[in-house]
Design a binder for this molecule. Structure first.
Ligand code: GLA
Length: 352
C-alpha cells in the first residue's frame, strides 16, 4: 500500500509560473513556499500559552509574484478547492482605507496578511500578523503554533514552541528507522468551527476563576484544589490542557534521548485526554488511532490539529510503514488517505 504523493515544491512552482505567465504575460520576479505542518503533541495548548511540538511537512503552498507600480494587488489562485472568482484585484490598504474580508473566501487570509503586515519586524512579529489575519479575516481564533512552525521549521527537526515566551528550540527528528505517518480520516464535522472558540473561552474562564493569567500558570494540584470554583466541564477541559503541557515537555525530552516508546505512550495519553476530557475527537479519529495501535511497529498514535475530523499522526518504525497503512485501511470504516513526510524546512524563497 502506498502513501499519496501530492505535488512537491518543484512541480507547484512550474505550475505557478505557467499560470502567472498566462495571466500577466511576463515571468514572475519572486517565488516563495510555505509548508504544511503536523503537530506531534501539544494539542489545544497554544492559545493557553502552553507548549507545542509540531514539525513542518514537505507538502507546501507556492506563491509567485512581481511588484507593480499602480498601487493595486492582483491575486490569482490555481487551487481547485477555491471558490469563485479565482482572480481578483483591489487597491493596497492605506491609513484611510482598510481591506475587509468578504468573497471569494480563499482570498481572505491573504488580504488579512496584507492588511496587517508590518514594515519591519522580527519572525515573531510576522507570525503574529499571520495569526491576526486568521482571527480577523478568516474568522478562526487560533493560537500561534501554525504560523511559527511555518516560519521556523527546519529539515530533520521538530520544533518545541513555548507559546508564552515565543521561545523555540529545535528537536532532532531524522532517525532513518523512524517514520511519521499522517492519516487523513477524510471527514470534517461542521461542529469543529463552533466548538474551537467555545473551548478557548472555557479555558480562559477557568484560568480567570483560579486567578491566573492563563492555564499555563496552573499546576494540576492547583486545579484539583480549585475544583469547586469551576464547572465540571471546565474542570475537564483544563485538566486536558494542564496535563498536555506537561506531556509535551516530557515528549520533547523523550525525543531528544531517542526514547520513542516513551514518546509513543505520551501520544496515546494525549489522544485519550483529547477524546475524554477535551472532547474534540470523533468516532472516525478514534477508530484510526485504535487501528494504528493494533498494528506492528507502532510507537504511538493520536488525533492531531483542532479535531472533529481531519488527521491522526502515528509514530512508527519505518520498515513497517506499508503494513501499518494496510492494517489501518482494513480496520477503518471510511476511506483513509496517507501522507509520509520527513520533517522539512519552514517558509523560504525559491530559486529557478
Ligand atoms: C488549530 C489551530 C492551532 C491549534 C490547534 C489545536 O489547528 O490553528 O492554533 O490551536 O488547532 O492544537
Amino acid at each position: 500500500m502506498a502513501a499519496s504523493s501530492p505535488p512537491r515544491a518543484g512541480e507547484l512552482l512550474a505550475e505557478a509560473r505557467r499560470a502567472f505567465r498566462e495571466e500577466f504575460g511576463a515571468e514572475p520576479e519572486l517565488a516563495v513556499s510555505a509548508p504544511g505542518r503536523v503537530n506531534l503533541i501539544g494539542e489545544h495548548t497554544d492559545y493557553n500559552q502552553g507548549l507545542v511540538l509540531p514539525m513542518a511537512l514537505e507538502l507546501v503552498t507556492v506563491l509567485v509574484g512581481s511588484p507593480r507600480a499602480d498601487g493595486l494587488v492582483s491575486l490569482l489562485t490555481t487551487s481547485e478547492d477555491a471558490d469563485e472568482p479565482r482572480r481578483l484585484q483591489f487597491p493596497l490598504p492605506t491609513a484611510q482605507r482598510s481591506l475587509e474580508p468578504g468573497t471569494p473566501r480563499w482570498a481572505n487570509y491573504v488580504k488579512g496578511v496584507i492588511q496587517h503586515y508590518p514594515d519591519s519586524g522580527s519572525v515573531a512579529a510576522r507570525a503574529q500578523v499571520c495569526q491576526q489575519a486568521e482571527h480577523s479575516f478568516a474568522g478562526v481564533p487560533c493560537g500561534i503554533m501554525d504560523q511559527l512552525i511555518a516560519l521556523l521549521g527546519q529539515e530533520g527537526h521538530a520544533l518545541l514552541i513555548d507559546c508564552r515566551s515565543l521561545e523555540t528550540s529545535l528537536v532532532p527528528l531524522s532517525e532513518p528507522k523512524l517514520a511519521v505517518l499522517i492519516t487523513n480520516s477524510n471527514v470534517r464535522h461542521s461542529l469543529g468551527s463552533s466548538e474551537y472558540p467555545l473551548r478557548r473561552r472555557q479555558c480562559e474562564e477557568v484560568a480567570r476563576a483560579l486567578g491566573k493569567e492563563s492555564l499555563r500558570e496552573v499546576q494540576l494540584e492547583e486545579l484539583e484544589a480549585g475544583r469547586e470554583l469551576v464547572s465540571k466541564e471546565g474542570f475537564r477541559r483544563a485538566r486536558h490542557v494542564v496535563g498536555e503541557i506537561r506531556r509535551t515537555a516530557q515528549a520533547a525530552a523523550a525525543l531528544c534521548r531517542g526514547d520513542y516508546r516513551a514518546f509513543g505512550r505520551l501520544m496515546v495519553e494525549s489522544h485519550h485526554s483529547l477524546r475524554d476530557d477535551y472532547e474534540v475527537s470523533c468516532p472516525e479519529l478514534d477508530q484510526l488511532v485504535e487501528a494504528a495501535l493494533s498494528a506492528p511497529g507502532v510507537y504511538g498514535s493520536r488525533m492531531t490539529g483542532g479535531g472533529f475530523g481531519g488527521c491522526t499522526v502515528t509514530l512508527l518504525e519505518a520498515s513497517f510503514t506499508s503494513q501499518v497503512m494496510q492494517h489501518i485501511q482494513e480496520q477503518y470504516s471510511g476511506t483513509a488517505t496517507f501522507y509520509l513526510s520527513q520533517a522539512a524546512d519552514g517558509a523560504k524563497v525559491l530559486h529557478w
